[in-house]
Design a protein around this ligand. Structure first.
Ligand code: XLS
Ligand code: NI
Ligand code: NI
Length: 433
């Protein structure tokens, strides 16, 4: 055991009546819900960046966390990996996720970055061999370093495009080597600050070609995981090109990539885009591009991505209902893209944040599964559209305006409004959460 987590016990399921803070009350990995173990439904992942790399800063003040592994050396990066894997073990976390910059020290040039990444990937690979924790996804941080301030793939400077493409190649190699189940692209700087200096057509063309190269490389190396884009409307850019699920789908269609790339949907990003989390999930499912989720919560007043741990069972139940209804995760999972508040300095805070969030998700999953099993919501939904099942009505969808006009006249069609029953359905919903 490292010094950092000294004295913190392994977290086990003790049931809802337990008074032990260091226990799960609802997350019981082996309990079967809707035909599958809870662990297999939820597929929890710990995010390396928030838990082990974030220094606790905000726009008004710098670092509040003083972790013994902070600093840019290989030895410290290894210590960070030791602490990370110890936490995965304490939580029985099935997965983790990382950016290159979270796990390796920053080098002086591209060659040194790659060497550092390879050395740490080797080390993490050894740790994974003795651990139950697998890699949900890897990604490249193409937004923190100042070289990315005007974008990565969308940069006006072709040298930044080159650097970014080369970096993504090394990160895809690293993800494949560690058996990653997905590869994620989040374009925080793929957007603009002002239209006064921006060529939108060029930038989105560059981005489309970049993504096509990612897909081509995936096939070249035989990477079996999914390529995922993570939509976000803004922050850090004033406007980001991957605004939301609908925008990403249009972009994928434009470049013929809609069968190659899926989405990683984040709760906070959905809120920033003016949607709900469940809307984004439902839309992605209906378009056939649902991949994975970044679980967190946003503050509804603040207007930025606060990345807090989820605390609302009813809200998360809506999200898991949409996920379960469409058949659940395939390669995706529930990644806690969430960070402590900057006053939460203790190692215990880091553990308990995850314990609470895992319990919230487990309760939400159980509620969603019970509601789906009850079936009344789906019966009602189907009944609402049932008239479309008759041959005459279905035929309208392959008909034309003039023929439909003739039909309305000859049959004397005169629609009568019907109740949408929203409150009754809300009452039903609330019996389960
Ligand atoms: C930032 C994003 C980021 C991605 C991975 O808002 O959520 O953390 O998940 O680059
Ligand atoms: Ni985010
Ligand atoms: Ni995210």
């Amino acid at each position: 055991m490292t010094e950092f987590f000294k004295g913190i016990p392994h977290i086990r399921y003790e049931g809802p009546d337990s008074i032990n803070e260091f226990a799960f009350r609802h997350y019981n990995p082996d309990e079967v819900v809707a035909g599958k173990r809870m662990a297999e439904h939820l597929r929890f992942a710990v995010a390396y960046w928030h838990s082990f790399a974030w220094p606790g800063g905000d726009p008004f003040g710098g670092q509040t966390f003083e972790r013994p592994w902070f600093g840019d050396t290989i030895a410290l990066a290894k210590m960070k990996a030791d602490v990370a894997f110890e936490m995965f073990d304490i939580l029985q976390a099935p997965f983790f996720c990382f950016h290159d910059a979270d796990i390796r020290p920053e080098g002086a040039d591209f060659a040194e970055n790659t060497r550092n990444l390879q050395e740490i990937v080797e080390y993490i690979g050894e740790k994974m061999a003795g651990s139950q924790t697998k890699l949900l996804w890897g990604t490249a941080n193409l937004f923190s370093n100042r070289r990315f301030m005007a974008g990565a793939a969308t940069n006006p400077d072709p040298e930044v495009f080159a650097w970014s493409a080369a970096t993504v190649k090394t990160c895809m190699d690293a993800t494949a080597k560690l058996g990653g189940q997905n590869y994620v692209l989040w374009g925080g700087r793929e957007g603009y600050e002002t239209l006064l200096n921006t060529d939108l057509s060029r930038e989105t063309e560059q981005m489309g070609r970049f993504l096509s190269m990612v897909v081509e490389y995936k096939h070249k190396i035989g990477f079996k995981g999914a390529i995922l884009i993570e939509p976000k409307p803004q922050e850090p850019s004033k406007h980001q090109y991957d605004y939301d699920v609908a925008t990403v789908y249009g972009f994928l269609r434009r470049f013929g990539l809609e069968n190659e790339v899926k989405v990683n949907i984040e709760q906070g990003h959905a809120i920033l885009a003016g949607h709900s989390f469940e809307h984004e999930i439902a839309l992605a499912n209906s378009l056939g591009i649902f991949g994975s989720i970044d679980m967190n919560r946003n503050d509804y007043q603040s207007g930025w991505d606060t990345d807090q741990f989820p605390d609302s069972v009813p809200e998360m139940a809506r999200a898991y209902y949409e996920i379960l209804r469409a058949g659940g995760f395939e390669t995706g999972g529930t990644n806690f893209d969430a960070k402590l508040r900057r006053q939460s300095l203790d190692a215990e805070d880091l553990i308990l944040a995850h314990v609470g969030a895992m319990d919230v998700c487990a309760r939400a999953l159980k509620s969603a599964a019970a509601l789906l099993n009850d079936g009344r919501l789906e019966t009602n939904r189907a009944a609402r559209y049932a008239d479309w099942d008759t041959p005459e009505n279905r035929a309208m969808l392959t008909s034309d305006l003039a023929s439909i006009e003739a039909r309305v006249r000859s049959e004397g069609i005169n629609p009568q409004p019907r109740s949408g029953r929203q409150e009754r359905l809300e009452n039903l919903w609330n019996r389960f959460v």
